[in-house]
Design a protein around this ligand. Structure first.
Ligand SMILES: *[C@@H]1O[C@H](CO)[C@@H](O)[C@H](O)[C@H]1NC(C)=O
Ligand SMILES: *[C@@H]1O[C@H](CO)[C@@H](O)[C@H](O)[C@H]1NC(C)=O
Length: 839
């Protein structure tokens, strides 16, 4: 007794969905009001492409008593399904005709199945193919572009030449993996070289963890993140990965031989040999819609275009569009439909226009989409789980929580911080020992497991900080108010409290839910000022001094044990408060109070790790940092050797000591450079479950156990804002240091801006200088000059906007002066650059 749902039908119940007669799309084929009934395949196909809630209304066809049919003897399930749809469409058409006295409202069936269409016509239905119908729509030309290509069409638009080996069927892949002939893994494209990628073998007990793939044929249409089956090559064919920077951005759309010649430029060096192989089949595609831009086309009127994704690991995608002229300069989204074996590029279709490239809002949207950051406003379902305002602490809360409102708790954060998730206190106990507390906002009080709010927060995972914009993990009422430990308000917290002696040795630790009332929300600078101002002696200041003194002892002890002080230049921007454009850039200067807060957060993270491991020995969520294999440090050791210094890597302690010792007279920045390099040699830290691993050690922190407890991790969109900054600045000259020497380039760090960039020596549009690369040094001889790591250079920095999608910071060498290579010191007025096609 489900009703038909149509507005014209008097029998419909009020709560049923309303199919409005006048909410009609204009079409050349059907110039009358109509409802669409797409068959199952059309629904599946459209929902991936054309259909978006704004473009069409989707409605389910229920099985009514009148439309139910039995499968007939000899009829396949598919045929029965098609017949059921025809019967339903017919019932619906007749029903509406009756209700509208003769049929001003019609039903149109969409199907791409030839037999189904013929039968429907014989049955007296109005029926169209999907494409035919979409093309007939007036006022929605872009919908046509969004139709995914049918498998049959794909051969038509590409040549018949076979470019890639056939993929094996899944059955042969499975047996191949079982008997060890093939390996299964996840494909990672190389960001700097489109002809190279690595398959990470994700199976325990396999001797081989990575297989290097080189050349288009061997990559065999694998796309970044696909799960693939690979076949190993014999050992004679194993090679070292290339260190050339190579990009697929020729304007040429032809399936040319150029790839082979480019491949030969990948010089092989005699370093560590890596297993190589080729992709023989795809186990699972992991495609998503990609952000990017249309490549400039040579032919103006063409409808076939190449799309260049913003993510350099994704290949260019061929799409058909009639609106190329409108899409020039726009950021768009494109989805891949397939990659036939005779096509140089995958085929795809236009999904959505995101706005003008270079525009701050568009670029932010691209960043968020490309990093899969959920950023829509919170839904009403999520918001319904927020506490009702005004909110206050109840007697019930106080019964189950320690009342710490009287303590001299304060918070110390960067200026402008609104989500204060930690606060501290320190006081002397009667027995002469010290009590130190770290108080973390008790978000779990407000977010109950499994509800919509919890699920949304889990899917967001973290608050994302962009310069001038923040995407919250939980609604603002919680993040900036009820779960922000502001001063002079009562807040619920989770407290980790230590009793310590004056030598910062822990005597007792306990954990409790609590109620606090912070006495001051300070910035790092304000906290530092209080500590240094000897005339101040209030409770908060005394508490800060105590914390600071203990933090220094704790830090000293960690350093003793071999914790590494690694620097990476952190950058912050001063934003123009009106336009939110970055106007100044400076490397972050660290105060004592930064390290004070950090030290106690670390201690809380470690104490909590130990506690959850004691309580839940099998399922504690911990974080570890494996020691790197010694060969990771080769580059660091070489770099130090070049200045007659020795780096010892036998232990974290030895490394820390030799880094401390590694200084060069009249070159104060040398030590920082070494530490930056050391960071780059490290392994990635990982989360793990205590029951599944026996090695818990955190190498970088020199701690036997560690977890993340005190706050979510923050990220920032610094790279893009660096570009905006330079866009407004024109060309500037800066001093920098060589961080890496490559075969065709030097990578330079600019300390003033905490940023890296490359100076390339092989240009596509002019003869390259004579280059000799020595991997032993490593050194790169350019004409008569030899570059070594950490050499000081002078460069010009500018934003090259000639290709707006790949706008990038350009560096050109000023000093040392190499004839034909280095550029003259620029005039104050930057010259207009002529556009170049490659970048
Ligand atoms: C530090 O350097 C000095 C002098 O160069 C050397 O004697 C000492 O052994 C070095 N210490 C370490 C730990 O490398
Ligand atoms: C402590 O854990 C939080 C995550 O909860 C993390 O963001 C923070 O960096 C950690 N702090 C230290 C000093 O380990």
């Amino acid at each position: 007794d489900i009703c038909c749902g149509s507005e014209v039908c008097k029998e419909r119940k009020d709560e049923a969905p309303v199919l409005q007669e006048d909410a009609c799309i204009e079409s050349n084929l059907c110039s009358y009001p109509h409802y669409l009934i797409p068959d199952t395949n059309v629904v599946l196909h459209l929902s991936q492409t054309v259909l978006d809630v704004r473009a069409m209304h989707v409605c389910l066809i229920f099985v009514l008593r009148e439309t139910f049919i039995e499968r007939e003897p000899g009829e396949s399930a598919n045929d029965r399904n098609d017949r059921a749809i025809r019967v339903a469409a017919k019932w619906y058409a007749d029903h509406l005709a009756k209700k509208t006295n003769g049929g001003s409202l019609k039903v149109v069936l969409l199907t791409d199945d030839r037999a189904n269409k013929e039968k429907a016509e014989q049955y007296g239905l109005i029926v169209y193919r999907c494409e035919e119908y979409i093309k007939s729509l007036i006022g929605n030309p872009e919908l046509v572009d969004r139709l995914a290509l049918q498998p049959d069409d794909q051969n038509e638009i590409t040549g018949s030449k076979l470019l890639f080996p056939e993929h094996l069927p899944l059955s042969r892949i499975q047996s191949g993996i079982k008997n060890g002939v093939l390996l299964q893994g996840t494909f990672h494209a190389n960001r700097d070289n489109y002809l190279e990628g690595t398959v990470f073998i994700n199976r325990e007990g396999e001797d081989i963890n990575e297989v290097l793939l080189q050349g288009l044929q061997n990559l065999n249409r694998a796309v970044h993140q696909d799960v693939v089956a690979v076949e190993l090559f014999p050992k004679e064919r194993w090679v070292a990965p290339s260190s050339v920077v190579l990009q697929d951005d020729s304007p040429n759309d032809e399936d040319s031989e150029e790839d082979e010649t480019e491949n030969k430029r990948v010089v092989k060096s005699e370093n560590v040999l890596k297993p190589t192989g080729r992709v023989v089949g795809i186990i699972k595609r992991n495609w998503r819609p990609y952000c990017g831009m249309l490549s400039q086309s040579m032919i103006k009127e063409a409808t076939r275009h190449l799309f260049t994704p913003a993510d350099r690991r994704i290949p260019r995608i061929r799409i058909e569009t009639r609106q190329a002229a409108n899409l020039a300069g726009q950021r768009i989204m494109v989805a891949i439909d397939g990659w036939p074996k005779n096509s140089r590029y995958p085929n795809g279709h236009f999904v959505k226009n995101l706005g003008t490239a270079g525009d701050k809002d568009t670029e932010t949207e691209v960043l968020l989409l490309e990093h899969d950051v959920p950023h829509l406003p919170f839904s009403p379902a999520v918001l319904s789980f927020l506490p009702k305002m005004p909110w206050s602490i109840t007697e019930e809360d106080l019964k189950v929580r320690a009342d710490l409102r009287h303590l001299g708790v304060c918070s110390v954060d960067p200026p402008g911080c609104t989500d204060i998730d930690d606060a501290l206190h320190c006081r002397e106990l009667e027995n002469g020992n010290l009590e130190v507390g770290v108080h973390i906002a008790d978000v779990s009080h407000f977010i109950r497991p499994g509800n919509a709010l919890d699920q949304e927060a889990a899917s967001r995972g973290t608050t994302v900080y962009l310069c001038g914009k923040r995407i919250d993990m939980v609604p603002e009422l919680l993040s900036s108010n009820l779960c922000s430990l502001r001063s002079n308000v009562e807040r619920l917290a989770f407290s980790c409290i230590w009793e310590m002696n004056h030598n910062a040795e822990i005597i007792k630790t306990h954990f409790t839910k609590s109620v606090i009332n912070s006495k001051a929300s300070l910035t790092y600078a304000e906290a530092q000022m209080r500590i240094d101002d000897t005339t101040m002696n209030d409770d908060i200041t005394k508490s800060l001094r105590g914390l600071n003194r203990l933090a220094k002892i704790l830090k000293g002890r960690r350093t003793e044990k071999g914790a590494l002080t690694l620097s990476s230049p952190e950058v912050r921007f001063h934003m123009d408060s009106e336009t939110h454009d970055p106007i100044d850039l400076q490397t972050k200067e660290l105060k004592e109070t930064n390290s004070m807060v950090e030290e106690f957060m670390l201690l809380a993270n470690i104490s909590v790790a130990q506690k959850i491991y004691d309580e839940f020995s099998e399922c504690a969520l911990l974080r570890k940092h494996p020691s790197p294999p010694p060969s990771n440090y080769d580059i660091l050791i070489k770099a130090a050797k070049s200045r007659d210094l020795n780096i010892h890597i036998d232990s974290a302690k030895a490394l820390a000591d030799s880094l401390n010792n590694a200084t060069v007279e009249n070159f104060p920045y040398f030590n920082t450079l070494l530490r930056i390099l050391a960071t780059l040699c490290m392994m990635q830290a990982v989360y793990f479950c205590s029951g599944m691993d026996s090695d818990f050690h955190h190498y970088g922190l020199a701690s036997p156990i560690y977890t993340h407890f005190t706050s979510p991790i923050r990220r920032a969109s610094v790279a893009f804002h660096t570009q905006l900054f330079f866009k407004n600045k024109g060309i500037i000259n800066e001093e920098g240091f060589i961080l890496f020497v490559r075969k065709n380039a030097i990578i330079i760090l600019i300390p003033k801006f905490g940023m890296e960039g490359a100076v390339f020596f092989d240009n596509k549009d002019k003869p390259s200088p004579h280059l000799i690369f020595d991997s032993e040094g490593p050194t790169l001889k350019v004409e008569e000059h030899t570059f070594r790591m950490f050499d000081k250079v002078k460069v010009t920095i500018s934003l090259d906007a000639s290709n707006i999608q790949h706008q990038r910071i350009r560096m050109a060498l000023i000093e040392p002066v190499i004839p034909g290579v280095s550029v003259p010191v620029p005039e104050s007025e930057p010259e207009a650059k002529k556009p170049k096609l490659d970048c």
